[in-house]
Design a protein around this ligand. Structure first.
Ligand code: ZN
Length: 338
């Protein structure tokens, strides 16, 4: 067998092997593991009212879950004695004998309003990071447009993913140009309540809800590491102003689109007055979080796998995919050094 074939096999089976071993060993290790003094942050995107909505393919199903799955997620962490908090709660000293979890929703989908009744039912809070450009113009999110149109054309999921990934290196206007060139200007219009963003009145309602916190997700969902200092400042300020105009106060937190940040992004986020910023590094946060890390907090992607099967990974502080690749990277760089 040639080395490329071996590499292929390792990459396709590795994460699964790590997952299988984890499922077996995690429950055992969790008996001894101290889960206190840590904060697990999760990011969600869209919510479906039902399985039927999911099948309509109005949004890219990756990372989106049904309301029932969302409720199961909450029940799982309550059952395991986790306390739910939102960014504002971090202004107070968190109790070191507690284990915390935070729910965050990225992008500002209208369907996020579905979460409110669950938050009320369990009296827990969540943070919502808004892409204000989509909200003010009622525009579909570009990754959903690619997904909707390409799946309609019969493209494979693999091709759709690689097209989406290739666009992530572009600036916002170039992505819009690409979408319009490929699917026409009308593709920017949402298809239904499933794929549309919140409107301004709905943001006001969401912000008034007792269990919600509103945060910045830039104006154009700009992956900030692709931009210059002035452009980053402009993206953060425009979104902040728009949020202020809608809800009468400035957000204290930001979620970096696609989780991307660098030293420049961090220093600007601090200068612009954000107290907390969220990345998508799939790890737990140890409490107390030191000042530097408050502006690049780790977040797990909320997996749509059954939480009762998968939750042990988060509680152990890793997800199989990322653990596999980090072990692999370390091994490769070790071998190269030899
Ligand atoms: Zn986003």
């Amino acid at each position: 067998m040639d080395t490329n074939r071996i590499k292929e096999l390792v990459n396709s089976h590795g994460p699964l092997v790590v997952e299988k071993i984890g499922r077996l060993l995690n429950p055992f290790f969790l008996n001894f593991k101290n889960e206190k003094n840590r904060l697990l942050v999760f990011y969600f995107h869209g919510l479906y009212a039902s399985e039927r909505e999911k099948k309509l393919n109005h949004i890219d199903p990756q990372n989106n879950m049904t309301l029932n799955q969302f409720e199961d997620f909450i029940k799982y962490f309550l059952k395991n004695n986790y306390k739910f908090i939102c960014p504002e709660d971090m202004n107070n000293d968190l109790d070191s004998s507690q284990q915390y979890v935070m729910i965050t929703f990225d992008d500002g989908y209208f369907n996020n309003l579905l979460s409110c009744e669950i938050l009320e039912k369990y009296k827990i809070s969540a943070a919502y990071f808004l892409t204000t450009g989509n909200i003010s113009e009622n525009k579909s999110y570009w990754w959903d447009i690619i997904f909707k149109y390409r799946s309609k054309q019969g493209n494979s999921l693999e091709n759709i993913r690689s097209e989406q990934i290739s666009l992530k290196s572009l600036k916002h206007q170039n992505i819009v140009d690409y979408i319009v060139r490929n699917f026409g200007i009308s593709s920017l219009n949402p298809w239904s309540d499933i794929d549309r963003p919140l409107n301004e009145n709905e943001v006001k309602l969401l912000a008034k809800h007792p269990y919600t916190s509103i945060g910045n997700h830039t104006h154009n969902h700009s992956i900030l590491t692709n931009y210059s200092r002035d452009e980053i400042v402009e993206e953060l300020r425009r979104s902040n102003k728009s949020i202020f105009d809608m809800i009468g106060k400035y957000p204290i937190s930001i979620a970096y689109p696609n989780g991307n940040f660098n030293d420049l992004v961090i220093s600007i986020a601090k200068e612009e007055g954000f107290q907390y910023a969220f990345s998508i590094q799939h790890k737990a946060n140890q409490l107390p979080v030191d000042n530097d890390n408050l502006i690049s907090l780790n977040r797990f992607m909320a997996s749509t796998d059954k939480i009762n099967d998968y939750g042990s990974f988060y509680r152990m502080g890793y997800v199989p995919n990322y653990l596999f690749y980090s072990i692999k990277d370390r091994l490769t760089s070790f071998i190269k050094r030899k």
